[in-house]
Design a protein around this ligand. Structure first.
Ligand code: ZN
Length: 89
């Protein structure tokens, strides 16, 4: 269980960049409208893209479907309408 005040690496599926935050409410990058539902934990991205670094580089773009494509996402239970993975809401 992650405490509310603890900052972890998050990922915005809108701008496909990572940032440290304790909240999934909005993207911290300027000019990005990513908000609740668009912000995933970096851990989830790591599971989908095993070649990505455990600690992402701030400001660097990491394509969500880097080396997996939609097939693996669907296999993981990704819902295209709600853009959510099970357990990631
Ligand atoms: Zn963003």
């Amino acid at each position: 269980m992650i405490e509310d005040t603890q900052e972890i690496w998050m990922y915005c599926i809108y701008c496909e960049r990572a940032f440290r935050s304790s909240s999934k409410n909005n993207c911290t990058y300027e000019c990005c409208d990513g908000n609740l539902g668009d912000i995933w934990e970096w851990d989830v991205i790591l599971k989908l893209n095993r070649n990505y670094p455990e600690i992402p580089v701030q400001g660097e773009e990491y394509p969500l479907f880097g080396d997996v494509g939609f097939t693996n996402l669907r296999r993981a239970g990704y819902d295209e309408e709600t853009r959510r993975l099970p357990g990631n809401c």
